[in-house]
Design a binder for this molecule. Structure first.
Ligand code: NDP
Ligand code: 8X3
Length: 253
């Protein structure tokens, strides 16, 4: 078997693009997410198109028991994960704290912070036992700058930044690589989720400029895993050319 790559949130956007790129590079892939039908379809497609081995696991990263159970259920030769892409995440809403929806806060904190911790806690011990592994956390420009009404989503991505540094410090003596990739605006299902299916509002986020594509981020994810064993990219911030900061965009219309 080639490297085994475990990707959270592979049912759409950046995670799905990562699955395609890793498959195109002949890696064995474990694709995960809650939407089982999408996982099945993607697994079949990747097997057919690239002739690689694909395992799919449907679970919610917010549920520690589920995370542990699905990992335990993996066949032994799939447990030796080389690369973990902690990508599953979301923004829910865009409101001031004083009128914020508490349930949205819980979803973001539980998914973006606790989910990343649960998956890392489950997979890191094996990497440490084998003395090698690479963890890639998908952060965000929102983890570098706070923007109006971004409050809790930004806080979760600042937490991803802190956890990336913390995991790197905790595992450096075991030879583990830890990378954060922090994108600006990427056109995926992200804004549809954030605005609860309001397609017009979601499309408006990317109007008048050329946003990043999920494939652009997947290229970077695959690149950081392609370097010699003594080289680690700690951190990468990737923006559309038309975006200078979280709030400064060169919109033409
Ligand atoms: P998408 O909405 O397209 O994809 C999000 C993925 O996360 C889906 O596969 C979804 O799968 C999965 N996911 C969400 N919640 C859970 C959960 N509780 N358990 C398991 N999987 C879950 O958005 P993106 O591809 O854009 O987002 C991927 C990551 O990139 C996120 O962490 C996001 O914060 C980050 N990011 C996005 C940017 C953007 O502009 N799009 C910019 C910067 C960072 P399912 O629903 O099937 O469970
Ligand atoms: C997603 C990018 O700017 O919408 O993390 O927060 S932003």
């Amino acid at each position: 078997m080639n490297s085994i790559v475990f990707i959270t949130g592979a049912t759409s956007g950046i995670g799905e693009a990562c699955a395609r790129k890793f498959a195109a590079n002949n890696h064995s892939i474990i694709i995960t997410g809650r939407r089982e039908e999408r996982l099945k379809k993607l697994a079949e497609e990747l097997r057919k198109e690239f002739g690689v081995e694909v395992h799919s696991l449907s679970f919610d990263v917010r549920n520690l028991q589920e995370v542990q159970q699905v990992f335990t259920s993996l066949p032994e030769d799939w447990k030796t994960i080389d690369i973990l892409v902690n990508n599953a995440g979301l923004a829910a809403g865009l409101s001031p704290v004083q009128t914020g929806v508490v349930d949205d806060w819980e979803r973001m904190i539980d998914t973006n912070v606790k989910g990343l911790l649960y998956v890392s806690r489950t997979i890191l011990p094996g990497m440490i036992a084998r003395g090698k592994g690479h963890v890639i956390n998908i952060g965000s420009v929102a983890g570098r700058e706070v923007y109006p009404n971004g409050n809790v989503y930004c806080a979760t991505k600042f937490a991803v930044d802190a956890l990336t540094k913390g995991i790197r410090m905790d595992t450096v003596e075991h030879g583990i690589k830890v990378t954060q990739i922090a994108p600006g605006a990427v056109e995926t299902e992200f804004s549809m989720v954030r605005f609860r299916g309001d397609a017009e509002r979601a499309a408006g986020v990317y109007k008048g400029f050329h946003p990043l594509l999920a494939e652009d981020i997947a290229d970077a994810v695959v690149y950081v895993t392609s370097l010699p064993s003594h080289v680690n990219i700690n951190d990468m911030v990737i923006m559309p050319t038309a975006q200078a900061s979280a709030t400064v965009l060169n919109r033409k219309s």
